[in-house]
Design a protein around this ligand. Structure first.
Ligand SMILES: Cc1cc2nc3c(=O)[nH]c(=O)nc-3n(C[C@H](O)[C@H](O)[C@H](O)COP(=O)(O)O)c2cc1C
Length: 146
């Protein structure tokens, strides 16, 4: 699939602003490893792999400045896992990208953002059932178990 990186983005899960859980949209905030190349701002579908746990989770990933809430240039990498609410703080994880879903948008407020994010997650669920996504998952799992 075009326009997504073929190598994973690695980093450590850190505390974010704490807004996501209140929005009903919990996210793991990733601090990318030093020198890691972070993909262009957008919403992506992919897999979050946890070598420490030997697990791979379905994910929708937001990379951007969170323009709905923030006026700074700081780029956040946030991951919503579809199939776990485990506390990932402090874990070193890898993000494997499958497809780009849309551009980041400055929404008028949290309600519009939540509506769009739920639609992103629905689309991501469908993407993750494709043969291409399953092949990426197999690579992620084999790397996690290495
Ligand atoms: C699927 C998904 C899509 C998102 N899309 C946008 C977006 O288009 N614009 C935006 O400002 N923030 C977007 N975000 C980021 C949210 O603003 C962010 O997750 C929320 O503010 C919580 O931040 P926190 O974890 O630092 O508390 C998205 C997040 C997710 C999970």
């Amino acid at each position: 699939m075009p326009d997504v990186p073929s190598t994973p983005l690695s980093g450590t899960v850190v505390h974010g602003a704490g807004r996501g859980r209140g929005l009903g949209l919990p996210t793991a905030n990733l601090a990318p490893d030093p020198g890691a190349s972070v993909p262009a701002p957008a919403v992506y579908s992919g897999w979050l792999s946890r070598p420490a746990a030997g697990a791979v989770h379905r994910a929708t990933i937001s990379i951007g400045t969170n323009p709905t809430f923030c006026d700074t240039a700081e780029v956040h990498t946030e991951v919503h896992c579809h199939d776990t609410s485990d506390d990932l703080y402090g874990e070193h994880v890898d993000l494997w990208f499958v497809a780009r879903i849309r551009d980041t948008v400055r929404f008028a407020g949290p309600d519009e953002l939540i509506r769009a994010a739920l639609e992103d997650i629905r689309r991501s669920e469908a993407v993750l059932d494709t043969p291409h996504a399953r092949a990426v998952r197999a690579a992620a799992l084999s790397a996690a178990l290495r």
